[in-house]
Write a protein that binds this ligand. Sequence first.
Ligand SMILES: O=C(O)CCC(=O)C(=O)O
Length: 287
Amino acid sequence: MAAARGKLFLPGYSATLAKEQPWNKRVATMINTSQLRRLDRDGYIILESLMGTHQISALKEAVERLFAEEGSNAGLEFKQEAGCRRLANLVAKGEVFREVIAHPKVLPWVKAVLGPEFKLSSLNARSVNPNSGEIQPLHADMAAVADEHGYWVCNTVWMLDDFTEDNGPLRAVPGSHRFGKLPQQTLADPRGAHPDEVLITGSAGTVVVMNAHLWHGGLSNRTSRPRTAVHAFYARGDKPQQQYQKELLPPRVQAALPQDLRRLLALDDPLNDELSARVPIQSGFLK
Ligand SMILES: O=C(O)CCC(=O)C(=O)O
């Protein structure tokens, strides 16, 4: 990965191509250049007030209903995590979730990280328990390291509650998406504080777009209320999905999907079938 200092290394954006290719034109017009530089340099950006109150409450209501319905099985299509409640396979579980994955103000940023050929990798929810007592180790999602073609994982964290310093915010090491190494290969204790870490906080309705090679992790919740987020996670087209959507989505849900969502979910993509079928589910740190 050639990440030249001082130069933008975002595969989905090229000032030259912006003149001739519709996608790059769209990036150039929709995306604020200083945010783009921040995404390239730090590995994340914060989109405030992306969700309105109606969308936040609809998502929260759907998430809590699913936690109640799924009980101790919640999250099992992916993995369960100590100190949290998790849900997985959310594309299958309601229109309110399908609206998240193709948001027109978020996808251009995902493209800026992954380039034009990308797909949804998984859609999950994570709610940190009150007084959770657990810290996620610093990790890169799917334990992914950028390869010779560049970045291949991008996550978007949709805050359904305020993220404060006390209730289990994200922490991240800015610039670590460029290290080409995983925290567990380098740090004596990936759960420990890192000298360069920052806390990512924000109000409910904020969406964090994160180059998911970035070293990051959720902190513990020291308050008496849960802290909930939805994670819409994307992968470059030549890599496996974290959760193979074609297998997980019931046929009636697949049949009702419009073409653009079928494409985003890679439902008619033989390469994705080859890459994603029968591949063990890979987390950045959960066994
Ligand atoms: O704070 C969050 O919900 C993000 C947690 C995270 O990084 C993960 O589950 O991989």
